[in-house]
Design a protein around this ligand. Structure first.
Ligand code: 5AD
Ligand code: SF4
Length: 433
């Protein structure tokens, strides 16, 4: 009988890809098969996120539950960003954990597996050219890393401490991986990095230096590939050349993530984001002008230390001006080893909650306006998942989540869908072609 692996993945798309890498390595080298049931697993992995404090607290209660329910002799491993950040502390607090494997060290999974109480968390470990075995959680869409780590020093962010310095993956390796994914049936690729449009900044070894815009051109030349998505770009690096390529290239999906963080130029300075309110508004306006159907998503932090009423109003102004199609909003959460954790001008938690509620309520109104406009329109949808009650769901080029009546044979295919019912999160329609 094969050994069974249960893996829980928290956090961002980079973690999803890291989990796929670990699944592939464990399958190829150790014969593990996936299970959805932790109680029958021989190996339980949690791939953690440490970007905010709450999930870190939850980790230990979750570990306790896994430890109680696990099969006799089963191993537990903690991987990912919290593993990088807490290291051996994890084994101190939860002595039944068998190993700790940082976000920059996933290639070592089959090694730590055989070293009880191993802790591998070096952030200078270079995985930029590591050839992982292939495993994809979706046959329709392929996640592909284009860089690892992050060189920005945003004062709120723990990621440079967990994922280390930024290294771009050589272009020829990326293009070869895209080709392999397309040959395997994927029509869409999702290019991943903490800071994708800073691509080409630093390679490990001698490699052709091209920028992200040129990388997009090369990837889009792969025959059989229909859609390219990427995350996350940084507003600072959204130059004209990049926006023009985004607008012009038909394979690039017309949805852009533009993490604002704050609308106040002085707070953006305190966050060391490198752009102003005006620059952000100018880039968003250029995008909307060049790509009328574009959808723009964003991340916003409220109650960063020192955020005055006027600063918060600046954020609301940007929200109202850009009318983002999607907003991920968070209360500031102080993180260890970050510059902002030392700032003393913290915001009262009640005021922080009030601001978050106001921002989200206003965004709900914006969403109602936006979704009304979908009614009666036809979008080309790439179906990717089955939904209950005989429905399938997928996304339009500009990232609208759409479901329609249909079954398995539609998965991995495109269809034109006319929207018949709208809501904030998912639109319903019927296939018209
Ligand atoms: N507190 C709150 N939100 C944070 N993010 C990153 N660090 C913090 C923090 N310390 C948010 C940012 C980032 C997203 C992934 O998480 O908005 O873009
Ligand atoms: Fe979480 Fe950031 Fe690590 Fe992704 S890179 S898992 S968002 S801490």
């Amino acid at each position: 009988m094969s050994k069974k692996l249960f893996i829980e993945t928290l956090g961002c798309a980079m973690n999803v890809r890291d989990s796929e890498h670990m699944i592939a390595e464990l399958h190829e080298k150790e014969g593990y098969e996936l299970t959805q049931n932790s109680a029958e697993a021989d190996l339980i992995l949690i791939n953690t996120c440490s970007v905010r404090e709450k999930p870190v607290h939850k980790l230990f209660s979750e570990l306790g539950v896994f430890n109680k329910q696990k099969k006799e002799g089963a191993k537990i491993g903690v991987c990912g960003c919290t593993a990088s950040h807490l290291g051996k502390e994890i084994i101190k607090k939860a002595p039944y954990v068998n190993f700790v494997l940082g976000a920059r060290n996933v290639s070592r999974i089959t090694d730590v597996l055989h070293r009880d109480k191993a802790v591998e968390t070096a952030i200078d470990y270079d995985e930029s050219q590591f050839a992982f075995k292939d495993f994809r959680s979706s046959p329709y869409k392929a996640y592909i890393n284009i860089s690892i780590g992050c060189d920005k020093q945003c004062t709120f962010c723990i990621v440079p401490q967990t994922r280390g310095e930024e290294i771009s993956i050589p272009t020829e390796l990326i293009v070869a991986e895209v080709r392999r994914a397309v040959a395997g049936g994927a029509k869409e690729v999702f290019l991943l990095g903490q800071n994708v449009n800073n691509y080409g900044r630093r390679f490990s070894g001698e490699h052709e230096k091209i920028n992200f815009t040129e990388l997009l051109r090369r990837v889009s030349a792969v025959e059989g590939l229909e859609r390219i998505r990427f995350t996350s770009p940084h507003p600072l690096h959204m130059d004209d050349e990049f926006i023009e390529e985004f607008a012009r290239n038909p394979k690039i999906c017309k949805s852009m993530h533009m993490p604002l963080q704050s609308g106040s130029t002085s707070l953006l300075k305190a966050m060391k984001r490198g752009y102003s309110k005006e620059w952000f508004l100018n880039r968003a306006a250029k995008l909307r002008e060049m790509v009328p159907d574009v959808s723009i998503s964003t991340d916003i932090i409220v109650a960063f230390p020192g955020e005055s009423d006027a600063d918060f109003e600046d954020t609301m102004e940007v929200l109202n001006a850009v009318k983002f199609e999607q907003v991920f909003s968070f209360k500031y959460s102080p993180r260890p080893h970050t510059e902002a954790a030392e700032y003393t001008n913290v915001i009262d938690p009640e005021l922080a909650s009030e601001r978050l509620t106001r921002l989200q309520a206003r965004h709900d109104e914006i969403l109602d306006e936006i979704s009304e406009k979908h009614l009666g329109r036809v979008y080309r949808v790439y179906f990717e998942e089955l939904r209950p009650e005989g429905m399938v769901a997928g996304r339009s080029d500009n990232n609208i989540l759409i479901k329609a009546e249909g079954s398995e044979e539609l998965l991995g295919t495109f269809a034109d869908v006319k929207i018949t019912k709208v809501s904030r999160l998912v639109q319903t329609g019927e296939i018209v072609g």
